[in-house]
Design a protein around this ligand. Structure first.
Ligand code: HT7
Ligand code: ZN
Length: 855
């Protein structure tokens, strides 16, 4: 496959100021007529090149004249037409078969709908066009379809006209006044019902909001609608950004490669991020809906009004938009808990990526297949970079800088460099060194050592940073990072106040005076920089911070470190005093000043994968045994506490208030520990929670707890769950996912069985992710010594690649982490990668991921 390089960027040869599209829609045979006005960009004599993927032209016209076959050619799928003048009108006709499109890119059929997905390079599967984000065009779109089957016809912009045709067909016209890149084009045709409301913008314009779903799903759209209205108001209040069209539509579809898509005025969503009710959605699902609705809405400014010049700039819109949606969700709920959740995701997904064969900078230098670069690095690390800039500037200067960015680049295709420059000028800061964050891959490590001098009553903090080598980047330069820090008096429990330390050198010293006694260091508070901090703080100091730190993230972090030390010690076979862990958990649960959601986060043992990340070589069996043993011990020693918490957090009726959600979270933690305690009634208590719950949060967590052990209750609960939800795809996904993620010795065999279940299908990405995505994230089961887990995932990748290469490629990274495991496992993992690579006709998507991982 061809490698695309950032440094090869050239402005386009031809521009396309306007495009008229005419779709005659049909699942088996759709005709697409496109009429493009094209203008030569600069003095050159290069031909017009219109990208195409699996397209054959039926007709090609220039300025109204049909061209003969010798007047155009097809090169690597693209239509190439030599043109003489500075401006022409080019018309093409192609035929598509949406029902045959299993890649879910371009125009495809899903559950009786016809819909599109164009980002990143799907538009070229619909019509011949220069498919690159720096070509901005005005779109006018006419849709025609059978009226009974597709009564609703939607596209971008505002609807202008519609009409009926004699043969049972009808049509509608949509015009989008905002020039946009083709990746933001969308259409939907189907039999859809609408939850419709109105939003009045800050300048007093009424916007018609529509959430379009299958009729039966309408009652499940109210949370998404509220999230949309909250997002619109939040973007006005926090960033001064107002919505710009008269309508804003969202459509939910069942088959979708990603979470959602921000098409201008017509967002298309994976239904799992729209549909929610208490019967079928967990609190995490509700939060997911709120966060993704906000994310897509925020793209209207950070992504659509200001778009990307090329795909190397992807984090320009994604990192910034994740940062915006994270802050929105924090404002809607708890800042502390949201930060803890976001850091957990960052560590689980991005830190892993950064330490493996697929590590890449936030602004990559090259790619083979751009779909492989919708990664945690681009999204989540990208968001952390914006967060650091916002912290360094403070709220007022950051707002001035974002105002400047939006004003300066509105209507443009911009770069990460443009964004940084706006931050520098609008925020009055020099980001010269900070730019390295965009260039260097890898997670920096910061060693923090504190020494106390009782004579001068001062402490010296030495900070040393280094970033390990990553593929293609053996040497790293020091980064500029803001580290929030505080020092605590170990007797009074009070802090001397927080300071923001700017670490810019490889090694730096900071001195603090006025400490008669050695204080306790709290560093990287709020996770102010996305780094791994290494300290040699004792268990006693960590326990102190877990009880006293006034930064909630730092308090959580101290708890986690306390637990990690105990667990890593256990794995290493060392005698570790675990009483500090148990006491800290008990004191946290009993602290009346803490809210339930925070307590639940703080007392949760680190995941097996996170424990593995702390070790030189991962031993999945020993890690599982150590975590399991500590969980059982915490369960047993505090059993009365867990009974009490479980009983007192039982709610009377369902509510989505923060307090109710927090109580459910804590109740689930209590159940986990209670069952782990080995109490004979553990499975019965879990089954009762499963059986009596009036909400999915408690039902699913009880099921997940039962799924970890052999018991009659386990089998009964799984059967009941299946029979109750077998016709509801999103909820049935949970049944697959819970079993694939279970800490059960037979999980690997069960996953093989489930892959042959009549309800399992490779055609639906959510179903694939719920079985194989969850399984590949289940460290103990996936890394089964036999290698069977690797074989199952590799088999799935090979089979899925023929249907949906994008989703197949997303399953590769867990196999690529073979360097972190023992020789036998590593050999088995590599063997599977080699087997995948030897398949004939492998897609570009999977080839890129596997070839980078196998080396
Ligand atoms: N901007 C959207 C990206 C996306 C996507 C990328 C590749 C293949 C399919 C896709 N569907 C949506 C999602 C977002 O970040 O908002
Ligand atoms: Zn996005």
């Amino acid at each position: 496959p061809i490698v695309v390089r950032r440094r090869d960027y050239r402005p386009p040869d031809w521009l396309v100021p306007t495009i008229d599209l005419d779709f005659s829609l049909d699942p088996a045979r759709t005709i697409v007529r496109a009429s493009l006005s094209v203008t030569r960009n600069g003095g050159h004599d290069r031909p017009l090149r219109l990208d195409g993927d699996e397209l054959t032209p039926i007709e090609v016209k220039v300025d109204g004249r049909a061209l003969g076959p010798g007047e155009w050619s097809i090169e690597q799928g693209a239509l190439v037409i030599p043109l003489p003048g500075p401006a022409h009108q080019v018309e093409t006709v192609v035929e598509l078969a949406p029902e045959q499109n299993s890649k879910l890119m371009g125009l495809y059929a899903s559950g009786g709908l016809l819909c599109t997905q164009c980002e990143a390079e799907g538009f070229r599967r619909i019509t011949f066009f220069p498919d690159r984000p720096d070509i901005l065009s005005r779109y006018s779109v006419r849709l025609e379809a059978d009226q009974a089957r597709y009564p609703i016809l939607l596209s971008n912009g505002d609807p202008t006209e519609q009409g009926e045709l004699p043969d049972g067909r009808h049509w509608a016209k949509w015009i989008d006044p905002f020039p946009k890149p083709c990746y933001l084009f969308a259409l939907v045709a189907g039999d859809l019902a609408c939850n419709s409301e109105s939003f009045v913008t800050m300048s007093g314009r009424a916007v018609k909001l529509g959430i379009w779903v299958k009729e039966a799903d309408l009652p499940r759209t109210s949370h998404a609608m509220q999230a949309l209205k909250d997002s619109m108001a939040w973007d006005e209040r926090v960033y001064g950004r107002e919505y710009d069209l008269d309508v804003f539509n969202i459509v939910a579809v069942a088959d979708f490669n990603f979470g959602a898509m921000e098409n201008k005025g017509l967002n298309i969503f994976n239904s799992r991020y729209i549909l929610a009710d208490a019967e079928t959605a967990t609190d995490a699902d509700y939060d997911g809906v709120e966060g993704v609705v906000a994310h897509e809405y925020f793209h209207n400014w950070s992504g659509n009004r200001v778009t990307c010049r090329d795909w190397f700039q992807l984090s320009l819109k994604e990192g910034f938009t994740v940062f915006r949606d994270q802050n929105f969700s924090a404002d809607m709920g708890s800042h502390a808990v949201k930060r803890i959740e976001d850091v957990r995701v960052l560590r689980a997904a991005q830190f892993q990526e950064d330490s493996g064969p697929l590590a890449h900078p936030v602004r990559p230098e090259s790619y083979m297949e751009i779909s492989n670069f919708y990664t945690a690095t681009i999204y989540n690390k990208g968001a952390e970079l914006i967060r650091m800039i916002a912290l360094m500037l403070g709220p007022d200067r950051f707002r001035a800088a974002t105002d400047l960015y939006f004003e300066r680049h509105d209507g443009e295709a911009a770069t990460c460099e443009d964004f940084i420059r706006a931050m520098e000028e609008g925020g009055r800061i020099d980001l010269t060194q900070f730019r390295r964050w965009y260039e260097q891959a890898g997670t920096p490590r910061v060693r923090a050592s504190l020494t106390h001098d009782p004579i001068t009553q001062s402490v010296e903090l030495v900070l040393e940073q280094n970033t390990p080598p990553t593929p293609g980047q053996p040497d790293k330069a020091p980064l500029a990072m803001p580290l929030r820090a505080a020092l605590f008096d170990r007797h009074s429990g009070r802090s001397s106040g927080e300071t923001l330390l700017m670490l810019t050198e490889e090694q730096q010293r900071f001195t603090f005076n006025g400490f008669a006694v050695a204080p306790v260091l709290s560093i990287n508070r709020g996770f102010s920089a996305p780094v791994i901090v290494e300290t040699s703080r004792s268990q006693a100091d960590l326990a102190f911070l877990a009880a006293h730190d006034d930064d909630p993230f730092a308090r959580y972090e101290a708890m986690q470190q306390l637990m990690v030390n105990a667990l890593v010690g256990r794995v290493a076979g060392q005698e570790v005093d675990e009483t500090a862990v148990i006491a800290a958990i008990r004191d946290t649960v009993n602290d009346p000043h803490l809210d339930s959601a925070f307590i639940a986060e703080a007392i949760r043992l680190p995941s097996e994968a996170y424990i593995g990340d702390q070790m030189v070589q991962v031993d999945p069996d020993d890690i599982h045994a150590a975590r399991d043993a500590l969980q059982r011990r915490v369960g047993k020693e505090l059993e009365p506490l867990w009974r009490d918490v479980h009983a007192r957090t039982r709610a009377n009726g369902f509510s989505l208030s923060a307090a109710a959600k927090g109580a459910r979270k804590l109740r689930n933690s209590a159940l986990i520990y209670l069952v782990a305690s080995g109490a004979v009634d553990g499975p019965t208590v879990a089954f009762s929670q499963f059986d009596e719950a009036d909400n999915m949060t408690e039902r699913q967590s009880a099921l997940a707890t039962l799924a970890n052990d052999r018991s009659d209750e386990r089998e009964a609960a799984l059967d009941i769950f299946y029979n109750r939800y077998r016709d509801d795809a999103l909820t049935l996904d949970k049944w697959f996912q819970t079993q694939a993620f279970a800490s059960h010795p037979d999980t690997v065999d069960l996953v093989e069985e489930l892959a042959g279940h009549p309800d399992f299908t490779l055609a639906n990405p959510n179903r694939v992710r719920s079985l194989f995505g969850a399984f590949a994230g289940n460290q103990w089961a996936f890394h089964h010594r036999s290698g069977k887990g690797y074989r199952l995932v590799a088999d799935c990748i090979i089979a899925l690649d023929k249907l949906n290469p994008q989703t197949a490629a997303r399953l590769v990274p867990p196999l690529g982490r073979w360097r972190r495991f023992d020789e036998e496992r590593a050999a088995l993992m590599r063997g599977e990668l080699q087997r995948i690579l030897s398949q004939p006709g492998l897609s570009k998507d999977v080839t890129e991921q596997v070839s980078k991982s196998v080396e």
